[in-house]
Design a protein around this ligand. Structure first.
Ligand code: ZN
Length: 239
């Protein structure tokens, strides 16, 4: 019986390692997704500002065209002044010139505002570009590390299962069955309460002295009446 409980301790240690790998198998893909999502978000933010910059630059170019055309018209109007014959004509051309000058002025004010915006956008893009590069250089090595682990996890589990298959047949079937039942019900996969003191290691219920001594002797399988864990002796056996 003592040997059964000793083997059970080893089996539990093996099962916890399998459990850990299985949790990782579930968690690693989520972590990869999170890390990739952060890179994507930073990239999109940078691209948004770049699009904004391109649009603003395009608007400045079209304003330049507009200014150039208005200046050509202004020149034509000004050259008309030389060949004017009546006062009415003179007034009309002057009004024309005034309108063209006003139009050029307002477009130039708009252009000035856009150029200020372009300067700000360039600064923001520089910042966003640095942020993107930083996130990429931080996350990409983690992603490739995790992907390697994900790819290897099946064979890691297979290796541990091999260890399990060596130990499990050495344990008597009723004990093994009880252990597996309890273990599968537990979220953390731990079925054993490894006793080193006067309380259950899982639920902390105080152990009666007689029970404590029986656990220490380890002659039979004993379950905690409170939490259902299998007691194994975890202290110094020479004690
Ligand atoms: Zn307990």
């Amino acid at each position: 019986m003592i040997e059964d409980l000793e083997n059970l301790k080893q089996l539990q240690e093996i099962d916890l390692r399998i459990h850990e790998q299985e949790l990782a198998q579930k968690q690693f893909p989520d972590t990869v997704e999170e890390l990739e999502g952060a890179i994507k978000k930073a990239k999109e933010s940078l691209e948004n500002y770049q699009t904004k910059l391109n649009k603003t630059q395009a608007e400045v170019n079209s304003l330049d065209d507009h200014i150039q055309k208005s200046r050509d018209l202004l020149e034509k109007s000004q050259s008309k002044l030389n060949s004017i014959k009546t006062n009415r004509e003179y007034d009309a051309v002057h009004a024309e010139i005034e309108n063209q000058k006003n139009s050029i002025n307002s477009v130039e004010i708009r252009k000035k505002n856009l150029l200020d915006e372009i300067e700000k956008l360039n600064n923001t893009i520089e910042e966003k570009s640095k942020e993107y590069q930083q996130i990429k250089s931080e996350n990409e090595p983690q992603i490739s590390e995790l992907k390697k682990k994900i790819a290897a996890i099946d064979s890691v589990i297979a290796g541990i299962v091999k260890e399990r298959n060596e130990i499990a047949p050495k344990i008597s079937k009723p004990i093994l069955r009880t252990y597996d039942l309890i273990r599968k019900k537990r979220k953390n996969g731990n079925a054993l309460s490894s006793i080193t003191g006067k309380t259950c290691a899982v639920c902390y219920k105080v152990l009666e002295p007689q029970l404590y001594n029986e656990i220490k002797r380890g002659r039979k399988m004993l379950l905690c009446q409170n939490c259902g864990s299998i007691f194994v002796w975890g202290g110094d056996s020479k004690e």
